[in-house]
Design a protein around this ligand. Structure first.
Ligand code: SF4
Length: 649
């Protein structure tokens, strides 16, 4: 039987297990990436493992999320990251150089290679045929030390694209259509492999918009095969020699197949406050818009900003609307500037930002209260913009620019009819991506050879081995779809403590209940209860590390998001699945006791745990864990286990 492209790449990198969906496999990692909010812990854990040097073919440290250096803490973090990259042998991308996924795509993404990144949108270079997976920081540290990465073998689903995008429909509409059809849970345990004649019509930047936002479907990864469009993109980046032809076998068998006819697509928009709340733009037309932002790792490339620039050229941004362009990389900014587009946009009233994540996580450009913001980003979770009652819509750059011109949501086709002289901009690549590489420091150019830690930089916490008892209060009962942003918010006032777990823990789940952290500290132990899809969103391991620091021993949830579940294992917290009925019965403040010797049961491979509540009723909770994950739990987390393994070698 033939193989899918995903299977071929996994097979080439397989070090443990078999390619059977649902089974755990270990794979060799060629490249790793990390960013500034997760990176400090990656390197602190790498230091705790007492490793000397990066072992993967390539490692890259980006400074992108929190580039505004409000006070010394953030600047200290960036200095520490530069010193870690220099000391251990990673590339270092300076603040303002761009978002990790954009800069990685431009400089390092390579067909057929594996990439592991401590950021949930790591699958972005799947658009170039790279198998890229997001993971927690500790998994990155271990992979950088030469260890395998373990993941459940995903089901591979064929997304067959037919036809060609009509005018004004874009790659963003392809992935919004996927979200409309499948929801934010539709990709869990899956890799989406894009094939068919429609895929061949898309350029690499369009493909990476789609693979980037596969994360919003909950997918392990998304990937396209390679072709002349891939070769052409690499050639324009000056890296044609890295081209490799990749395709699934003709008789490859997929777990499922979904067909999208590109020619049927129209401009779509995700309404507040979930990326799958997708409707045609015309359905929400007329809504007044106060802010428009074009940028992010989804639509922050030259090819994304250029259509918006063409649309606003010679016009004026509506007086009641602010339009911001936040390029995904300095390369994009530089080319736009050299070609004169930056001046055209400025003349139209566009406000320029440095190349950063920034507004995507509520750092800068926070919308006004009770206002509508249209963004070309990938997420619109409530409060992520920096204000709790936000109204963030997700759309293509074309829809964003149309709203900026009109001052309200409008389908760009209707705006074109109204204006009479507005042409569909289409997609265009520059002749060469000749942006400066000055802000990317190679390991050979490193300026530091030892770690430099400021006063806000602590140590990586090491957990305690699992004991026999888990007993304590339900310290918090939460609903469905609790995101890692709920658990540890990524706003600047909180994120500045990312290298100081003791301080950061004080903000744990503060967006759900401001008193939670204090209650957990007073109690010293306890459990959490949640609904479906607990921990969706980012790879932020702080969302498991801080609860562990506060003494949380188990999370009882109806289901868990993939990366967060792995992070719970990594930090020695038991992820126990409960059914809907049990969830409904739980109340905050209930006394919970796991009625067995937990450490023994975990080691023995038990899957069912009896939970006794208030000495009154009992329920069954399920532990779905591989042998390796059980060893991690038993040891008190992956850091302690890996250290012990190194000591034995
Ligand atoms: Fe940055 Fe937003 Fe992309 Fe995350 S999703 S990497 S915060 S731009």
């Amino acid at each position: 039987m033939g193989q899918t492209l995903t299977e071929k790449i996994l097979d080439d990198h397989l070090v443990e297990g078999e390619l059977v969906p649902g089974e755990e496999i270990g794979i060799e990692i060629d490249q790793v990436l990390t960013q500034d909010t997760t990176g400090t812990m990656v390197w602190l854990q790498f230091e705790a493992l007492e490793l000397d040097e990066v072992q993967t073919e390539l490692a890259a440290q980006y400074c992108d999320h929190q580039t505004y250096q409000f006070d010394f803490k953030n600047t200290d973090d960036h200095r520490f990251l530069r010193s870690a990259a220099g000391t251990y042998g990673a590339h270092f991308s300076r603040p303002g150089n761009g978002i990790c996924h954009n800069v990685h795509k431009e400089n390092f993404a390579a067909p057929g290679k594996t990439l592991l990144g401590s950021d949930s949108h790591t699958p972005t270079p799947g658009g170039l045929g790279q198998l890229a997976i997001g993971a927690g920081g500790l998994d990155i540290s271990v992979a950088m030390g030469g260890g395998a990465y373990y993941v459940e073998m995903p089901e591979v689903v064929n997304i067959r694209l037919e036809g060609e995008l009509p005018e004004w429909a874009t790659a963003k509409d392809v992935i919004l259509e996927m979200l409309r059809r499948l929801s934010v849970k539709g990709g869990v345990g899956k890799v989406f492999e894009y094939t068919g004649p429609g895929a061949e019509t898309l350029t690499v930047p369009e493909r990476t918009t789609i693979t980037n936002m596969g994360t919003e479907l909950g997918a392990t990864s998304s990937i396209f095969g390679t072709d002349e469009k891939t070769r052409d993109y690499l050639a324009r980046q000056g890296r044609e020699d890295e081209y490799v032809e990749l395709a699934p076998d003709e008789d490859a068998e997929y777990a499922d197949e979904i067909t999208i006819d590109l020619s049927d697509l129209e401009p779509l928009i995700a309404k507040p406050s979930m990326p799958d709340n997708v409707v045609p733009v015309r359905e929400v037309a007329g809504e007044s818009v106060e802010q428009v932002i074009v940028g992010s790792c989804t639509n922050g490339g030259y090819e994304d900003i250029l259509p918006a620039a063409k649309m606003v050229k010679g016009r004026e941004i509506n007086k009641k609307t602010e339009m911001i362009v936040a390029p995904g990389s300095k390369q994009a900014s530089e080319i736009l500037a050299r070609q004169g587009w930056t001046a055209e946009m400025m003349a139209a009233g566009v406000n320029f930002s440095e190349a950063t994540c920034g507004a995507c996580i509520g750092i800068g450009h926070v919308p006004a209260s009770d206002s509508v913001s249209l963004r070309t980003f990938n997420r619109n979770f409530e409060g992520r913009s920096g204000i709790e009652d936000d109204n963030v819509y997700l759309c293509s750059p074309e829809v964003a620019a149309a709203a900026a011109i009109k001052g309200e949501i409008i389908d760009p086709r209707d705006l074109a009819d109204e204006l009479g002289d507005l042409e569909a901009p289409g997609i265009e690549l520059p002749d060469a991506y000749d942006g400066s590489k000055a802000d990317l420091i190679t390991p050979e150019e490193a300026v530091d050879d030892e770690l430099v830690k400021g006063p806000n930089i602590g140590n990586a916490p090491i957990g305690e081995p699992l004991g026999a008892d888990i007993a304590g209060e339900v310290l918090l009962k939460m609903e469905d779809n609790i995101t890692t942003d709920h658990i540890i918010p990524a706003t600047s006032d909180i994120l500045k403590y990312r290298s100081n777990i003791e301080k950061l823990s004080e903000f744990t789940l503060s967006r759900v209940d401001e008193t939670f952290a204090q209650r957990a500290m007073d109690s010293g132990t306890g459990v959490l209860v949640a609904g479906e899809n607990y921990g969706q969103g980012s790879s932020r391991e702080h969302a498991a590390m801080c609860p562990q620091y506060l003494g949380i021993e188990a999370v009882l949830a109806q289901s868990f998001a993939r990366i967060h579940k792995a992070n719970l294992f990594n930090f020695g917290i038991l992820p126990l699945a409960i059914d809907e009925e049990t969830y409904a019965k739980f109340e905050q403040g209930d006394d919970v006791e796991v009625v067995t010797d937990v450490a023994e049961a975990v080691e023995a491979g038990e899957t069912e745990f009896t939970v006794r509540v208030n000495d009154d009723w009992e329920a069954t909770a399920t532990l779905d864990a591989s042998e390796r994950e059980r060893r991690i739990l038993k040891a008190g987390g992956k850091l302690r286990l890996t250290k012990e393994q190194y000591e034995q070698e």
